[in-house]
Write a protein that binds this ligand. Structure first.
Ligand SMILES: [Zn+2]
Length: 183
């Protein structure tokens, strides 16, 4: 997901970063379904680190591996104001979601400049592996709940604009194509 406004100074780091290329809607690769991670090893930890750098640099509050053309079930999220609470979810599953739904405005690093309302479960419980390969569960609400559902959709090959009306989707596609042409 991308924040509505880029608030605060961007993190400056002297480490060598590997910024990954983010696919832009309507790239067909955004519709690939990600496979489960078989083993949480150094390759996966490196992917998590690179995805985090890419998310912070964008800047964004969440990124799914699908968006960087890696089709494995890995998500990074940081919804903290200080951008210092990185969460990595490997093989995430939603094990419970509230019946209560909530409409909130979403944006996406793969659909730059587009924000619209999407209805999601207000609260979810997620089970996933962390970077050490340990299982954990987390109760999520507010922006975190929205973000986890948005990013898990990416892993299933779904982009948030697909919840919008066909007319809006057509408009967004043509806007994105113009943008790609201008770059
Ligand atoms: Zn997104």
């Amino acid at each position: 997901m991308s924040p509505h406004t880029a608030n605060g100074a961007q993190k400056i780091t002297l480490e060598i970063m590997a910024l990954l290329n983010i696919l832009n809607y309507p790239d067909k690769r955004l519709h690939k379904v990600a496979k489960p991670v078989e083993q949480v090893n150094d390759r996966i930890r490196r992917l998590v680190a690179d995805m985090a750098e890419t998310m912070y640099a964008a800047p964004g509050v969440g990124l799914a591996a699908t968006q960087v053309d890696v089709h494995e079930r890995v998500i990074v999220i940081d919804v903290s104001d200080a951008h210092d609470q990185l969460l990595a979810f490997i093989n995430p599953e939603i094990v419970w979601s509230s019946n209560e739904k909530k409409l909130s405005e979403e944006g996406c690093l793969s659909v730059p400049g587009i924000y619209d309302n999407v209805e999601r479960a207000e609260k979810v419980r997620v089970r996933a592996l962390n970077e050490r390969g340990e299982t954990f569960e987390m109760d999520c609400e507010g922006l975190l709940a929205v973000c986890i559902q948005h990013e898990m959709d990416h892993l299933m090959g779904r982009v948030f604009v697909e919840y919008l009306s066909p007319l809006k989707q057509t408009r967004i596609k043509s806007k994105m194509k113009k943008l790609a042409h201008a770059m």
